[in-house]
Design a binder for this molecule. Sequence first.
Ligand code: UGA
Length: 476
Amino acid sequence: MEIAVVGSGYVGLVAGACFAELGHDVTLVDNDQQKLAALRRGECPIHEKFLPELLERHRGKKLSFTDDLHSAVRRSQAIFIAVGTPPKHDGDADLSYVESVARGIASAIDSYKVVVEKSTVPVYTNSWIRKIMLLNGVPPELFDVASNPEFLREGTAVADFLYPDRIVVGADTDRCAQVLERAYQPLVDGSYSMGDNAIPGPVEAPFSAHLIRTSAKSAELIKHASNAFLAMKISFINAVATVCEAVGADVEQVREGIGSDSRIGRRFLFPGIGYGGSCFPKDLLAFCAVARDNGCRFGLLDETVKVNDEQRIRFLRKVSHALWTLKGKKLAVLGLAFKNGTDDIRESPAIAIIKSLLKEGCSVTAYDPAAMGRAAEEFAPGSVQFAEDAYDAMAGADACLILTEWEDFAALDLARVKTLLRYPIVVDGRNLFHPAQMQAAGLNYYSVGRPDVTGHLHTKPTIAVRKEALPQEEAA
Ligand code: UGA
């Protein structure tokens, strides 16, 4: 098939490269000349496993880059819109880029095309795209609008695309659904996974994807509701972690206990400093706006956002609890990306926490295996130092804070950590270590929803529950 993908951000670039991998001829359209030039030179603008290989494999063959939307539309049977939908001041999604692309597509259509929303958009966007096309003079028989939401996660985006839990095709006509079914055929019939050069997936070949056909509106809602549910799981476990701290329970044990119920599941139940990234925060606000604008009360969404915001504040309180005063303290910060496996710092809780610490008068030396380049642009020049590696960040620091769940950090040599730090204090916002391990290493350790390990500044080491978290009579 000939496919056009408009927008070469995370979703567009991964989708374009993966459709080429599935054997289609893909034109990736963007109006950012610098980005296009970099892509043509063979550069990969994002840190994403397997993406450089796919770009290398298909660039100049099954994958081309252009700013010419008109020609790309003429050539293609399906045009995927994957441009940004940033939040407006009221949380609602700004759809002006989608609208402008829809107008561009309308001016080029000369035969039947399927226009596919790939960006995360509020319900009704497909109806608006349809209206824009009709207002711009496109005869109704020359197009259909479908919703085909993307569920990829940054860091595992290529594997998520090629080995999806499901493919949702929101199409209101059979003709339109058939075009999308063809686009995904090698994933649905399992043939992709059987190929010699297939990107390895999380499961054994043959892998056949489950394709779900819905109405366009349902597909739009599925995307928002999926992200909201995942964010709700995270806020739920974070709220449980807070209760664990208050009563002296261990959230990891509680997580194991509740996650073992197959109806609940263990995934997305990791407590921490709250979710970040370019999707959950934005999509939650947009879904709240959809509910509000359609007269639905959906307080669960508001509470999910509130718990998430509070989680950062609670972490800052932990840091000051561990260090007493913050002004003038030298802190080693491990992790800047919003999660592991990516260099993306958009809405990263790590960045927000560092900004608050700088305001309190701390000095920060940070290390992240992938995100330091991007993070440097977030801070005033010279306000944050960047280290060569995790140990370099820790030399002489008053405490070490862990803010991103990189696996490398979990493998740190704890004896070396203890020697490097001025005070043996680790505040872990991602629960990368076990408290007993830190106790054995002689470190004071504060994590999320688990008893603190204190005593290494005193004579007798103990695993202690914070006093203010104890019930009144016990604290007394
Ligand atoms: C998320 C969804 O997981 C994807 O399915 C979706 O396609 C994507 O948004 C999107 O809408 O485009 P992503 O933002 O890449 O993907 O990242 P996640 O892996 O979902 O993590 C989001 C945040 O939640 C991170 O800050 C992560 O550290 C945090 N998190 C995740 C937790 O705090 N606890 C968990 O148990 C899981």
